[in-house]
Design a protein around this ligand. Structure first.
Ligand SMILES: Cc1cc2nc3c(=O)[nH]c(=O)nc-3n(C[C@H](O)[C@H](O)[C@H](O)COP(=O)(O)OP(=O)(O)OC[C@H]3O[C@@H](n4cnc5c(N)ncnc54)[C@H](O)[C@@H]3O)c2cc1C
Length: 287
């Protein structure tokens, strides 16, 4: 199928893009890598009147270590997240998740900003942002603000961005020496969207878990922060009993979505298996 007709506007600055979005009388959409948007348009799931191409806006580029956080510009492509030495050193969970996103052709075009803005609950990067307690930078043309990932993903494909606001960057806390990370997912075939996935970030004091955040993808309308499972692990050494308690807590707090392939119960079971596997990996050193 082909997309319905639309107008196309290449934007040179964030200000131009936001103004065009807000002046559009019909539905406007920003075009970044096009890997979700164009597919949805070709399937006639979306039919915007105006596409504002933001892919040439230099202000949206760049990966920078700024003090204790890394600012990653929205146009950073998935493939760059995979290969950047700065990301490997300071945001290793993102680098670990990147190979799980689709296939190389899509990773060469798709952008971090597009993945975060689209907010597909089966996407890897929203869950990583949640696990890492990242903040999403939003640019409204005249002003910039930051929203915690926890508050950003509101519902299915629905975020805290106001109409016209551009996701300009995502800020991730830089990994410290006592931080450990784990990412894994189960999919039918490598490159497919996950049936379920886990992104975990923990800070240790020796062998003891000081802080831990566990985010799951593909379990509902948004990425899910497993607060109960995390609380069960706080102050433990991730012993087998501690892990069993976390699995029980997860079963108490998560009611995963079901689809034609997987029931809610199966998805919960798989999430629990992944959690156990990942926690054992963290116990042994993680990244
Ligand atoms: C076959 C296939 C398999 C895929 N598998 C996976 C997968 O396993 N995991 C995964 O995570 N993704 C997967 N994707 C999606 C892919 O990762 C996209 O690249 C990703 O969603 C980012 O989109 P994009 O940069 O291409 O944005 P676009 O497709 O250009 O835009 C997506 C949406 O976000 C909006 N948008 C884009 N950038 C911004 C911005 N900076 N500010 C505000 N709004 C913005 C657009 O208006 C649009 O609504 C797959 C895609 C395909 C076609």
């Amino acid at each position: 199928m082909k997309a319905s007709g639309f107008a196309y506007l290449p934007a040179r600055s964030i200000g131009d893009a936001v103004a065009a979005f807000r002046n559009c009388e019909g539905e406007a959409r920003y075009l970044a890598g096009g890997q979700s948007l164009l597919a949805a348009m070709n399937l006639r799931l979306l039919a915007p009147d105006l596409l504002i191409d933001i892919s040439r806006i230099d202000e949206l580029r760049g990966i920078e270590l700024r003090g204790d956080e890394v600012r990653i510009g929205a146009l950073t492509r998935h493939a760059e997240l995979l290969t950047s030495p700065l990301i490997a050193e300071h945001v290793p969970l993102l680098a670990a998740a990147a190979p799980w996103v689709a296939h190389p052709a899509i990773r060469n075009k798709g952008t971090l900003g597009g993945s975060i803005a689209f907010a597909d609950p089966a996407s890897e990067f929203p869950a990583v942002a949640l696990a890492l307690n990242a903040t999403v930078e939003l640019d409204g043309g005249d002003d910039r603000r930051r929203v915690a990932a926890e508050d950003f993903f509101r519902d299915l494909y629905e975020t805290a961005a106001e109409p016209g606001e551009i996701v300009s960057a995502v800020h991730f806390p830089a990994a410290g020496p006592d931080d450990r990370f784990a990412f894994d997912e189960l999919a039918r075939r490598r490159g497919d969207y996950a049936i379920v996935g886990t992104a975990i970030a923990a800070t240790f004091a020796g062998d003891v878990v000081e802080r831990i955040r566990i985010a799951l993808l593909s379990v509902g309308a948004t990425p899910f922060l497993a607060r109960g499972a995390a609380a069960a692990l706080q102050g433990t050494t991730l012993g087998d009993d501690d892990i069993a308690r976390a699995q029980a807590a997860l079963a108490g707090e998560l009611r995963p979505s079901e689809d034609v392939h997987v029931s809610s119960e199966t998805r919960l079971h798989l999430a629990s298996v992944l959690l156990k596997r990942q926690l054992k990996k963290l116990r042994e050193g993680g990244r």
